[in-house]
Design a protein around this ligand. Structure first.
Ligand code: KIV
Length: 267
């Protein structure tokens, strides 16, 4: 299966020009399957607010919920680097609180790194967390926790001024000491420029093919979640219909007294 993936390993993958893969996971069973499949990073994303909790956005997700789900994923993962996503207002209110909450992912849940959204304004916060020995993954561009400021989930960096802002954000994240950065929802040329200018790996989602790696929300790529499907999502499976089909077959067999049979019974 290969060696345990560590932060230096992810960094070296960029230097070697090897593409990096990351998927979200929120529980033990999925973590185990994805880890055994060979994904290098597992992100317990605050996207769980939408795909697990059924909320319209990620804003209501709490630290306790993130720690709980990260703990479940930690039990199923052996090799992948495990990253906990810092939820809205767990790191924006003060550096001390950011440090305490980042530490909870490592102390209470078994994560090896944390992710947080923001660039220039988060430079000192990232710096403080990194100085405490906690690896940080940055996240710039379409940062979902700022959905109301953006007026929706809109591609960032199309206009010159915004493009420069996203670039400044990415540079600030690297300067602050992050080990990698998610580039979300931006034109592929901008993601290419950022990827070329940064020494840390860029992990894209809706940011084109030039990034050093790619991340997808597991429920999106498996076709489990279809409340909305962004253009950048590729469906690798159609599990919603597979699950619905299996459930219907079960219902039919129970009603028709075809299940359970002798094979599934005890004497
Ligand atoms: O919350 C999440 O799952 C994320 C990824 C999509 C990068 O932030």
């Amino acid at each position: 299966m290969g060696d345990k993936i560590t932060v230096p390993h992810i960094f070296k993958m960029k230097q070697r020009g090897e593409k990096i893969t990351c998927l979200t996971a929120y529980d033990y069973s999925f973590a185990r399957i994805l880890d055994e499949a060979g994904v290098e990073m597992l992100l317990v994303g605050d996207s769980l607010g939408c795909v697990v909790q059924g909320q319209p956005n990620t804003l209501a997700v709490t630290m306790d919920e993130m720690v709980y789900h990260t703990r479940l994923v930690a039990r199923g993962r052996k090799r992948a680097l495990l990253i906990g996503d810092m939820p809205f207002l767990s790191y924006q209110t003060s550096r001390e609180q950011a440090l305490q909450n980042a530490g909870r992912f490592l102390k209470e849940a078994g994560a090896e790194a944390v992710k947080l959204e923001g660039g220039v304004t988060m430079r000192d916060t990232i710096d403080a967390i990194v100085k405490a020995g906690i690896p940080v993954m940055g996240h710039v561009g379409l940062t979902p926790q700022s959905v109301h400021q953006f007026g929706g989930y809109k591609i960032q960096g199309r206009e010159k001024e915004r493009r420069e802002r996203v670039l400044r954000d990415a540079l600030a994240v690297e300067e602050a000491g992050a080990f990698s950065i998610v580039l979300e929802g931006m034109p592929l040329e901008l993601a290419k420029e950022i990827t070329e200018r940064l020494t840390i790996p860029t992990i894209g989602i809706g940011a084109g093919a030039h990034c050093d790696g790619q991340v997808l929300v597991i429920h999106d790529m498996l076709g489990l979640f279809d409340d909305f499907t962004p253009k950048f999502v590729k469906r690798y499976a159609d599990l919603k219909n597979t699950v619905a089909g299996a459930a219907k077959e079960f219902i039919g067999e129970v009603k028709e007294k075809k299940f359970p049979t002798e094979e599934h019974s005890f004497r």
